[in-house]
Design a binder for this molecule. Structure first.
Ligand SMILES: [Zn+2]
Length: 584
């Protein structure tokens, strides 16, 4: 029977159901978690004996760069990234290459080998949505979706400037449907538009050129629209001044804008059974805190400002953040924040790509290597871990490397192990520049995360944060049958034996997707289908019509015709719209 399996006797970690290492069986029927299987079903079901092993829901990555034009620019401009990492074709799998920016097939296999089953692309420029969907379509084994970049969009900025919130909301709803996107991403609001003029903005109240709108106004407007429409996830904010010494202050001030915003998540979906409320309760999802967490005034006197932001988050309940950890080694930085990448270009002289996406946004790409010998890079390593260790409530944090910005997602095992093992952190301190210790608080932190914490940071909370906990991130009845089995016995876990932890997290013993075994000991063994999620947001027809009159009028400034703008559903692998009630 397809998609029917019993995973027996494992130590189960399922935070959305408050299950913390209990020995249990997990039953999956036709791809969904069920309470039990009948005797006949049991007879025909596949069985995984997980005795002495750790069982978690499949991994969920809520912020990664895996598809679209800038990812492909990263591939194209880095042949050196592809010599070193190759994958041979097998009778089942495609060949592939690429270390920091792998080809689509390889990235699907690599994620799956580590136990991940769901990955969301963090930035889709509307004009590049077709391309993004083509790459998501081609990425095997992962359920996917992505966030639409709207923080410097001409149409949005015009509506917000004019205070026409109704049309602005209708525009966002239409854009989600048109581009089959899932949530709102806001990158360096007002600043990316200024980058078209070789400039940036440096404060929340600095108006940009021509549109005369400030970052604060854009953030406020987008979040009002987000909650008005009942979107699955909060506004996903990439704050201003990213990567500048002193930027932690504007990051903290940006988070204050969301304080007191009433959240409204209104989706027509079936909710899996969970003990903890799986709906979202945050009004902002801050991206990669590490890159937005520098204190100081120059690179000479810079230090970690993560504690300043973490203290704020500890005292408030409206913020969730992902870390953007930087394990050392090769990376490719890529972001919609063009001016931030230009700054890195002037610092490094590395090859650099900068793109202006017509009336919508921009992007920059640059190869980058984080060295243990470099003072700032060492500090960044410490800051990334501070993001996850200084915020007390794991339900406010999500583990990422902002792949491939801080490093490729294949470095997650290192990050997981640093979080769980103070001994591993000490070992790394002994190898890297002393700024890591002198200019951060990491050396004084002895917190070691448990497997339960880790399941929150890599499964339950990313799913809850982005509004996917109705089917992802838990093993509750009705959830998707996505499971990771790690070959580690929690009863014998020794945080000092970090080599064993690294080995464990690098290769899942089993990855199960929709009840099918897809990975055994890190090797892909089957390739069942996958899904693409997007938000089908409903607004009043009249309002949409009025808004489209404006859009069609302004559309003459695009290089493409209006009819060619939308992304048809055929571009999506197994399109799975989430009905968002909006104004219905
Ligand atoms: Zn990112």
């Amino acid at each position: 029977m397809a998609g029917t399996i019993t995973i027996k006797n494992g130590y189960v970690f399922d935070p959305l159901n408050e299950i913390n290492g209990e020995i249990m069986d997990v039953f999956i029927k036709d791809g969904k978690v069920v309470r039990e299987l009948s005797a006949a079903e049991l007879k025909n079901a596949k069985v995984i004996d997980a005795s002495g092993m750790t069982v978690m829901p499949g991994g969920v990555d809520s912020h990664s760069h895996v598809a679209g034009a800038k990812v492909n620019a990263g591939r194209a401009m880095r042949p050196e990234d592809h010599y070193k990492a190759n994958l041979q074709k097998t009778s089942l799998t495609h060949s592939g290459s690429g270390y920091t920016v792998p080809s689509v097939y390889k990235q699907g296999y690599d994620y799956s080998a580590m136990g991940y089953t769901t990955v969301f692309e963090a930035a889709i420029p509307p004009l590049e949505a077709r391309h993004t969907h083509e790459e998501m379509h081609a990425t095997p084994l992962l359920d996917m979706g992505g966030y639409l970049v709207l923080g410097n969009n001409f149409f949005m900025m015009r509506y917000l400037r004019e205070g026409d919130m109704e049309k602005a909301a209708a525009y966002v709803a239409w854009m989600m449907k048109t581009h089959k996107a899932y949530g709102i991403k806001c990158v360096n609001p007002a600043g990316v538009e200024n980058w078209s003029w070789g400039k940036n903005v440096s404060s929340l109240d600095e108006a940009n050129i021509h549109f005369e709108i400030t970052p604060r106004e854009i953030i406020k407007g987008l979040t009002e629209i987000n909650e008005h429409l009942g979107m699955p996830m909060p506004v996903h904010l990439h704050a201003n001044n990213l990567g500048h010494p002193g930027c932690y202050a504007i990051t903290k001030d940006s988070l204050k804008i969301f304080d007191g915003v009433k959240t409204r998540q209104d989706m027509d979906v079936e909710w899996a059974e969970t003990k903890i409320d799986p709906s979202r309760n945050r009004s902002v999802y801050l991206s990669h805190l590490m890159f937005n967490g520098f204190a100081g005034t120059t690179w000479a006197d810079c230090e970690s400002g993560v504690k300043g932001v973490a203290d704020y988050i500890n005292n408030k309940d409206h913020v969730v953040t992902d870390s953007g950890c930087t394990p050392f080694g090769e990376a490719t930085v890529m972001t919609g924040d063009g001016p931030a990448i230009h700054d890195l270009y002037t610092l490094t002289g590395n090859k650099w790509s900068s793109t202006d996406v017509e009336m919508e946004c921009g992007s920059g790409v640059l190869p980058f290597t984080y060295y243990k010998s470099n003072p700032v890079h060492s500090l960044q390593w410490a800051m990334g871990l501070e993001c996850l260790l200084l915020i007390n409530d794991p339900w406010k944090t999500i583990m990422t490397t902002d792949s491939p910005n801080g490093g490729p997602f294949t470095k997650y095992p290192e990050v997981m192990t640093w979080l769980m093992s103070e001994a591993f952190r000490k070992q790394t301190f002994s190898e890297c520049h002393k700024w890591a210790n002198d200019r951060s608080t990491l050396g004084g932190i002895n917190r070691e995360l448990s497997l339960y914490d880790l399941a929150i940071l890599t499964r339950a909370n990313p799913a809850k944060t982005i509004g996917m906990a109705h089917r992802k991130g838990s093993l509750g009845v009705g959830a998707d049958g996505d499971v990771t089995v790690y070959n580690i016995n929690p009863q014998q876990l020794d945080a000092n034996d970090y080599e064993a932890l690294l080995r464990t997290f690098r290769k899942a013993e089993y990855t199960v997707k929709d009840g099918e075994i897809v990975v055994v000991k890190g090797e892909v063994v089957s390739l069942p289908g996958k899904r693409t999620y997007y938000s089908d947001v409903h607004v009043q027809d009249e309002r949409e019509k009025e808004m489209l009159v404006d859009v069609k009028d302004w559309f003459r400034y695009y290089t493409i015709g209006f009819a060619n703008y939308p992304t048809p559903e055929k571009y999506l692998e197994n399109p799975t719209p989430i009905q968002v009630n909006g104004e219905r």
